[in-house]
Design a protein around this ligand. Structure first.
Ligand SMILES: *Cc1c(COP(=O)(O)O)cnc(C)c1O
Length: 456
């Protein structure tokens, strides 16, 4: 017999501590308890259907219960669910590594598996640091222990990834536990600092980028960036040419470039990897969220031969990369990822993303001039609608109002699941979502914004 929804809710409040969730408020809210899914819809224990408007936190690609992925997992289940990759190999992890290298930006030839976005970034940071030590053997007397990262960056919630993050609300509490980094201002001109025009501020950001790279070139272990879009910061879209400029400067000064494609990878910006749009090949590339189509936890950090080769030595020399997680390269997850990559090709999902991106842009013109919409930011099907008290000054609403959250609740009443970043309403339809559903997502978001702001 199944547990009643009332009992589940009681147990949820009693036993579950939800991530990124103010639990005091959550317990009174009666959030949907999801029991099943059907394509792009989630179904809760009361039988209500919700359109999944944020790809189940930015990871779902083809919808839920996709026959091809379900089948791939079941077939793998009949062979083996998990075995270790520590000194041993497995069939799907080999096949997936090959498939990823074939699709990745030029020069990325080695795949190091882990299990989440944060671990894929931790891996990249540790590899970049160890690479330099082992390449030079310390012989040149340089110490490379500084990472350059962007303002408002988000790379995960472990302490290493928090160290290269710059979102005060998430990261300030842990300041004393973190390693030092060099922060390069994010090249974004919404809320331009006093004394600058937007254009002058962008110019300043490009100049700072160069200055900080040159200043730290002997100390920098790597430069980490979310290519094109800084997701968790509120879908901040970089100006064209910025990523290419970062690549040119890091290359010129011999600093490894780490592209964190955890959010932007696997189609969301209209290309498989965001780096492709500026013809950039990073030295390390982190992927996770969409890798398995949003089915299972799996991450991959891709590296160049140049980096990988610095770890090749006789075992007793100690140049091994001593890092691994128990579930690294899980076989079920690799099987899901292989099926997902196949579907991206077979269903021409990237074309769908580009078509949907256009639909969204057209649809959202309806609220472009609304008094409470400060800015609509969009790259591909990644969308952030920033709500402000005053359009002209970009003055925010008081945090206690939780306006973004109110919009979420209004959307939920209309059968759509979204989740904001503060007062930025995030829309992130799965790359394969049909256009009509994307239209519905936009329409409900607009209605929910109107409803939540009507009384203000
Ligand atoms: C979500 C995210 C991460 C962290 O991924 P997890 O799987 O949640 O650990 C890292 N980088 C970026 C850019 C992300 O959006």
């Amino acid at each position: 017999m199944s547990t009643s929804s009332a009992t589940l809710r009681e147990w949820d409040n009693q036993f579950v501590w939800h991530p990124f969730t103010p639990m005091l408020a959550y317990r009174d809210e009666g959030a949907p308890i999801i029991e099943s899914a059907d394509g792009f819809f989630l179904i809760d224990v009361e039988g209500r259907r919700y359109l999944d408007g944020i790809s189940s936190l930015w990871c779902n690609v083809h919808g839920h219960r996709v026959p091809e992925i379900d089948r791939a997992i079941r077939e793998q289940l009949d062979r083996v669910s998990h075995t270790t990759l520590l000194g041993l190999s497995s069939v799907p992890s080999i096949e997936l590594a090959r498939a990823l290298v074939a699709r990745a930006p030029r020069g990325l030839t080695k795949v190091f598996y882990s299990d989440s976005g944060a671990t894929s970034v931790e891996v990249a940071l540790k590899i970049a640091y160890q690479y330099h030590t082992q390449k030079t053997g310390g012989a040149d007397g340089t110490r490379r222990d500084r990472f350059l990262c962007l303002g408002s960056a988000y790379h995960g919630d472990t302490l290493g990834t928090v160290s290269v993050g710059n979102i005060a609300q998430f990261h300030a509490a842990y300041r004393d536990l973190l390693f030092q980094t060099v922060m390069v201002p994010a090249p974004v001109a919404f809320r331009t600092p006093a004394g600058y025009t937007p254009a002058a501020y962008l110019e300043h950001c490009f100049a700072e980028l160069e200055r900080l790279i040159v200043e730290n070139r002997d100390r920098a272990a790597g430069f980490i960036i979310e290519p094109l879009v800084q997701g968790a910061a509120g879908m901040l879209v970089h100006p064209p040419g910025y990523l290419a400029r970062v690549r040119a400067l890091t290359r010129e000064h011999g600093i490894p470039l780490i592209a964190d494609e955890v959010a932007v990878g696997f189609g969301r910006t209209g290309t498989l990897f965001a780096c492709e749009q500026e013809n950039v090949s990073p030295d390390l590339l982190c992927t996770a969220k969409g890798l398995t189509g949003g089915y299972l936890p799996l991450a991959a950090t891709l590296a160049t031969d140049e980096i990988y080769n610095a770890f090749l030595a006789a075992p007793h020399e100690g140049k091994t990369f001593f890092h691994g997680h128990t579930y690294t390269g899980n076989a079920l997850a690799c099987a899901a990822a292989l099926a997902s990559l196949q579907l991206l090709d077979d269903n021409r999902v990237l074309d769908n993303v580009r078509a949907n991106a256009q639909r969204i842009a057209e649809r959202l013109t309806a609220i472009q001039t609304s008094p409470f919409v400060g800015e609509i930011r969009q790259k591909g099907t990644m969308v952030g609608i920033e709500l402000v008290r005053d359009r002209k000054t970009a003055e925010p609403f008081p945090a206690a109002l939780r306006l973004g959250h109110q919009v979420t609740l209004a959307a939920r009443m209309r059968g759509v699941i979204i989740r904001p970043l503060g007062d930025v309403i995030v829309l992130m339809p799965a790359p394969a979502m049909p256009g009509e559903l994307v239209d519905r997502l936009c329409d409900v978001a607009i209605k929910a914004i109107e409803e939540a702001t009507a009384a203000l």
